[in-house]
Design a protein around this ligand. Structure first.
Ligand SMILES: [Zn+2]
Length: 198
């Protein structure tokens, strides 16, 4: 195995995809291609399963990069990041969730959420994105169920009211609990070590 030599720095940075909004693929993709949407945010996944149990991407609906977000966008991004991390980490097959924004590929903000499968300690750390490409793809049915679960959790969380809180006292509201019973079974439920979002 040989190390790649470090290339000389270029004088001018190359353009990113979507630097011109009229050519931005995110801006021209309809809501129907996304897992979940609201007025200002959209959540999508790659088109097919990969080596990790869950990979999802959160984008602002508007053509904005991280440093362009308004205070309201920034506050919502924080709340959504925590809710998504909770939703993904609640899956039985998931141990940890990596949250990344690289910024080199596209001018339209993309926040990546990548799930490390439980027990696979070798995948810990920054090389997990490479393992996602190296490992055989996860079972497609399981992958789709995971995405449906996350989408349901997110929709329910945003509409949560104190009245809708699950009577068992877990951080799972009544609608999500109903979805879990019908689609996933109780095995996916988990009581959180932390309190529900306020
Ligand atoms: Zn865009």
């Amino acid at each position: 195995m040989n190390l790649k030599p470090l290339q000389e720095p270029v004088g001018t940075e190359p353009p990113r995809r979507g630097d011109r909004q009229e050519q931005c693929s995110s801006c021209h993709t309809p809501d129907s291609a996304y897992l979940w949407t609201d007025e200002r945010w959209r959540l999508k996944s790659p088109p097919s399963p990969s080596g990790l149990p869950v990979v999802v991407i959160l984008e602002p609906r508007a053509h904005l990069d991280l440093g362009d977000l308004s205070t309201m966008h920034a506050a919502e991004l924080g709340v959504l990041t925590v809710r998504l991390e909770r939703a993904i980490r609640s899956l039985e097959s998931v141990a940890q969730v990596h949250v990344n924004r690289w910024g080199d590929g596209t001018a339209h903000l993309q926040m990546w959420f990548l799930a490390r499968p439980k027990g696979y300690l070798q995948l810990r750390g920054p090389f997990m994105t490479m393992w996602d490409e190296i490992l055989p793809a996860v079972d497609e049915h399981e992958w789709r169920m995971n995405l449906e679960y996350i989408s349901a959790w997110l929709s329910d969380d945003l509409e949560r009211t104190p009245k809708g809180r699950d009577p068992s006292g877990t951080d799972v509201s009544r609608e999500t609990a109903r979805f879990l019973r019908s689609a996933c079974g109780h095995r996916r439920r988990r009581t959180w070590p932390v309190g529900p979002p306020t």
